[in-house]
Design a protein around this ligand. Structure first.
Ligand code: 16G
Ligand code: ZN
Length: 529
């Protein structure tokens, strides 16, 4: 390591005194002006991680659905997964080291993680459309370069596109070409193969209105449009040319406020969807003829995909083990529907994509979605091989055709991480193949009324949870009070958990009717503790 160069460059990206940040579920997130040193240091860390794994590592500069003034950074591991937990800790140590301790901290990380400093380092960098992102990604490049690493700057990309190219690179093209063109080609080819078989194919156009949160999704969808078949018309709204990123729009806004985004004109029964600021989440919605707004969230997306997969698996006659992974926020009605009506096993894990992804890897087919619209489907290598084999060699026509549909689905879904563009195409293909309207999809089950509140408390860490965050173990007595309230109402459920991304406590409550005010009472308990 060239310590002189490190010292010189680090001085160009000084750490504000006393500022400490933590690598949380969403990487580092903060006001953009506080992040220059973090970006430089994440460039350093990505180079080390690359040397430790012998693979290309990704660095994405984005703060997703947060306000435009914020920014953030996340590292992407070799197969496109979230950074390994042990390295999250190194990331926090490195970001918080005072200037004079930087060398020492780097050396310690190299020792602990057995980093061979003679190895090559390769880092892929991407960024969202925030005004601060360009300069911050330059700081990442400085970090990589000062340690002698190679980098490829992909510039403006969605978060899932960066995950995708990292995975392609490290699997030597097996997953696809590590370029945006490769991504568009792979997805559009699979999509076209799928919708060719839909009953309504050739009968005019399918329209979809998309709110792109004034973010990167608009840019990348426009790039992809020439690759899409002419029968599919996507109408882009909130493309970032007029309004601020995520302002009164985007998937998070629509989910939290349960109302349409600004800037999208909706007619009754029109199918609409929203991406978030870095296009890794998607929710659908529509208004009915009476003017009521209906949200179709991640739970209902998981349900649609599960129904479709289950039918196909029955047709190919394979007993592949499929499961759905949810978090505590999943509407109880969706869990009941999946378990009781569809007979699909459901598992609940802690909030955060890495937990869902990890659990989904245990099955032949793992469908995971957070209620907020982040999700994907994972196919094990064995399941994928079986399906591809059947699609090629199976003698029975019906079985072979079903296997081909599954094969195209495997290619259309971005298995590295939730991806709004890929998920949107999967959903559109399924709706088209099954001839379902948005209203019919919504009618699979009715969500239990629910409330999600956030409360500021003196120290959110006094709340410790267990059972996939569904029960509080501390402070003493809190869970008992929640239990006593919940017991009074039918199908009711409530929990509190400290947020991993904001200095607040989140409170969730649901029950069979809107009349139960469990939510407000629970909120009282939390503010008093
Ligand atoms: C992050 C997570 C998201 C989770 C949210 C919860 C990733 C990539 N993103 O945005 O999955 O739902 O945090 O935030 O893991 P909270 O802890 O503040 O409720
Ligand atoms: Zn996002």
């Amino acid at each position: 390591m060239d310590f002189e160069a490190l010292k010189k460059y680090s001085a160009l990206h000084p750490k504000p005194a006393r500022l400490t940040l933590q690598y949380g579920t969403a990487g580092f997130r903060s006001k953009a002006e506080q992040l220059d040193h973090v970006m430089f240091r994440m460039g350093l860390l990505a180079a080390l991680r690359s040397r430790a794994t012998g693979s290309t590592i990704g660095v994405m500069v984005t703060a997703s659905h947060n306000p435009e003034e914020d920014n953030g950074v996340k590292l992407v591991d070799p197969l496109g997964e979230m950074l390994h937990p042990s390295w999250e800790e190194y990331a926090t140590q490195l970001a918080n080291a005072e200037e004079q301790d930087l060398q020492k901290t780097l050396t310690e990380i190299c020792q602990k993680a057995a980093v061979n400093q003679q190895k090559d380092a390769s880092v892929f960098i991407g960024r969202d459309t925030r005004p601060s992102s360009k300069k911050l990604s330059q700081a990442v490049i400085d970090g990589v370069s000062v340690l002698g690493g190679q980098y490829h700057d992909y510039g403006l990309v969605t978060t899932p596109q960066l995950h995708y190219v990292v995975c392609c690179q490290n699997t030597r093209g097996q997953y696809g070409k590590p370029t945006l063109e490769g991504y568009y080609q792979k997805l559009s080819k699979a999509f076209m193969e799928l919708i060719k078989k839909s009953p309504g194919s050739g009968e005019g156009q399918r329209h979809l209105k998309i709110d792109c949160a004034n973010g990167i999704g608009a840019l990348k969808l426009s790039e992809m449009q020439p690759y899409l078949p002419k029968e599919v018309l996507v109408h882009i709204y909130n493309d970032g040319t007029k309004e601020k990123l995520n302002h009164l729009c985007g998937a998070d806004f629509v989910k939290v406020h349960q109302k349409p985004p600004k800037g999208l004109d909706m007619k009754p029964n029109e199918r609409c969807c929203s991406f978030d600021g870095d296009a890794d989440r998607i929710v659908y919605y529509y208004t009915d003829t009476a003017g009521h707004f209906h949200l179709i969230d991640g739970d209902k997306i998981a349900t649609l995909i599960s129904i479709f997969l289950k039918e196909l698996l029955a047709k190919v006659g394979q007993t592949l083990k499929m499961a759905v992974i949810q978090t505590a926020y999943a509407n109880g009605s969706s869990t009941r529907y999946l378990e009781e009506t569809l007979q699909v096993p459901v598992h609940c894990v802690k909030t955060g994509v890495k937990h869902l992804h990890h659990k989904a890897q245990e099955f032949d087919i793992g469908v995971y979605f957070e209620a907020n619209g982040h999700g994907t489907v994972l196919f094990s290598k064995a399941a994928e091989n079986t399906i591809r084999q059947l699609a090629k060699d199976e003698k029975d026509d019906a079985k072979r055709e079903a296997a081909k549909v599954l094969e195209n689905l495997i290619d259309l879904i971005n298995q590295t991480v939730g991806d709004a563009i890929s998920d949107m195409l999967v959903i559109e293909a399924i709706l088209s193949l099954k001839g379902l309207t948005v209203h019919q999809w919504d009618a699979f089950y009715t969500d239990f009324p629910n409330r999600l509140l956030k409360v500021q408390v003196a120290d959110r860490q006094v709340i410790d949870t267990t059972d996939a965050e569904r029960r509080a173990v501390t402070p003493p007595g809190l869970q008992e009070k929640i239990d006593a309230l919940v017991k009074k109402y039918k199908f009711s459920r409530a929990f509190v958990r400290p947020s991993g991304t904001e200095d607040v406590v989140r409170i969730y409550a649901e029950a069979d009717t809107i009349k139960t005010y469990v939510n407000l009472k629970v909120a009282n308990i939390a503010t008093q503790s």
